[in-house]
Design a protein around this ligand. Structure first.
Ligand SMILES: N[C@@H](Cc1c[nH]cn1)C(=O)NCC(=O)O
Length: 467
């Protein structure tokens, strides 16, 4: 038998270059998913929408995914591979983002109803792209890093997404120059940029496939593919059911919260949406102004996870305790939402945000590798696609639900709030998220119990098999 020849992925420099190129796609899509949180106040005043309508626009990202578009993405990925799936969903995401941007410029009509309808249609298309691109980029990372620095590569990949969330949330008001439409157009162009880079990546993908195929003919390892029919097996796997429900409960209390966090900070603690002129301020005053700005402070949450997710990931790799860490993450989530809803202390509010940031780093670091211990490798694609599908049910409900509940509990004061005479009371909407935290703790304990019964090895270090 001929010796296996070296391929492109055996070069560390090319591997990491590929990772940066494909991760820019994550950066753009996460930016577009989350940037509107910093624009909520502006969208309400400029587009004439209320909180419930803002919630609908955010929520529309999940609608097509709720009825299985991520699974369709998984099937296309399986059947036709990374190149076809990446191009198809890159076009879908770019088209969706462009329609959203055109709607905000009034291309389809400038009354609030028409704008909203087309923004929602655009975001719905974009949402199909977002989730499938997330699966495609993860799959591509596995293709290049399996047998190398896979966990680190995955953490860096998500870190690019978090940068997108952080910068999109923090800087969209300034990027738009105080207007909604330019900020949306900028966010849409980032997706186009990420897509162009992905198209450039295809050159590497084609070359790698040629090399791998040549090696296969010479006796290399064949790749195992996952099948959609394996879905039934997943639906009867207790551990998978608990971790999927935990994913819904946990992320429902995090992603939707981030969409409303700047507005919460502005309304509850008197933070600003727009930074004042910093030029004549001392350094301390500048720092004070930044830490008093809703979008900037919210942007620090995903920024913090970039540092902490890989740290927690390596703790999980070396020491295990993944299920216990998910329990801890759920407790931190409850502390965060209780301190941000029931109390009026800014210090406690900051502590709550830090606590949420730690939970947001801890749970994903423990959750995503745990799926790989519960589910066989050839079913991982289906597993992640179905987890994201069910996750979107929760996200869809809470993206919209928080806004709708906000309008409902403040219904007597809506006119005064619109006139700037009163502020929204966020107590009940944020307190509702505490319920997600409590459900998360219950599910994390059930997962721990299932781990003991089925010996998944969730509490063990990476690579150690449960006996
Ligand atoms: N479903 C994905 C992508 C995503 C991001 N925002 C909404 N959907 C996901 O949850 N990825 C995991 C993560 O921690 O970002």
């Amino acid at each position: 038998m001929d010796a296996i020849k070296k391929t492109l992925k055996d070069s560390a420099a090319i591997r990491w270059l590929v990772l940066v190129i494909i991760s820019m796609f994550m950066f753009g899509t996460y930016w577009f998913q989350d940037f509107m949180s910093g624009l909520k106040g502006l969208m309400m005043s400029e587009l004439g929408i209320n909180s419930s309508q803002f919630g609908l626009i955010i929520s529309s990202t999940t609608w097509a995914n709720m009825v299985g578009m991520i699974m369709v993405g998984g099937i296309i990925l399986d059947k036709w591979g990374i190149r076809v799936a990446g191009v198809v969903f890159g076009i879908v995401a770019s088209l969706g983002a462009s329609i959203t941007a055109m709607a905000t410029y009034g291309v389809f009509g400038d009354d609030p109803g028409t704008m909203m309808k087309f923004m929602m249609a655009g975001r719905m298309l974009f949402g199909i792209g977002l989730e499938s691109i997330c699966v495609i980029v993860t799959r591509t990372t596995v293709k290049w890093f399996k047998g190398y620095e896979l966990a680190l590569a995955m953490a860096i990949n998500v870190a690019f997404g978090r940068f997108g969330t952080a910068f999109g949330t923090a800087f969209s008001v300034e990027i738009g120059g105080g207007h909604v439409a330019p900020a949306v157009a900028f966010a849409a162009s980032l997706i186009g940029f990420g897509f162009i880079l992905f198209l450039a990546y295809l050159i590497f993908d084609i070359r790698l496939d040629k090399q791998v195929n040549a090696n296969k003919k010479e006796g290399g390892e064949p790749e195992e593919d996952f099948k959609f029919s394996d879905l039934v097996k997943l639906a009867t796997n207790k551990g998978f059911i608990y971790i999927t429900l935990l994913c819904v409960a946990f992320y429902s209390a995090v992603f939707p919260f981030i969409q409303y966090a700047p507005d919460l900070l502005v309304n509850k603690f008197g933070f600003t949406y727009q930074l004042p002129d910093l030029s004549s301020m001392t350094l301390f005053e500048k720092i004070g102004a930044i830490f008093h700005n809703g979008p900037k402070v919210t942007g620090l949450i995903p920024l913090g996870t970039i540092l902490f997710t890989p740290i927690f990931g390596s703790i999980v790799d070396k020491k295990g305790k993944a299920a216990s860490l998910m329990i801890l993450g759920a407790f931190l989530l409850i502390f965060a939402h209780v301190s941000l809803s029931l109390f009026n202390s800014v210090t406690l509010g900051y502590l709550g945000l830090v606590s949420l940031g730690v939970a947001f780093a801890l749970v994903p670091a423990a959750m995503w590798p745990s799926v790989a211990k519960i589910v066989a490798e050839n079913r991982l694609g289906t597993a992640y696609s179905s987890m994201f599908t069910i996750q979107n049910w929760g996200l869809g409900l809470f993206f919209w639900g928080i806004g709708a509940l906000l309008d409902f509990v403040n219904r007597a004061d809506l006119a005064a709030i619109k006139a700037g005479e009163k502020m929204y009371d966020y107590t009940i909407p944020i307190l509702t998220l505490v319920i997600c935290g409590v459900i998360s703790i219950f599910l994390a304990f059930m997962l721990l119990r299932a781990d003991k019964q089925n010996k998944y090895g969730l509490e063990l270090p990476s690579g150690v098999e449960a006996k």
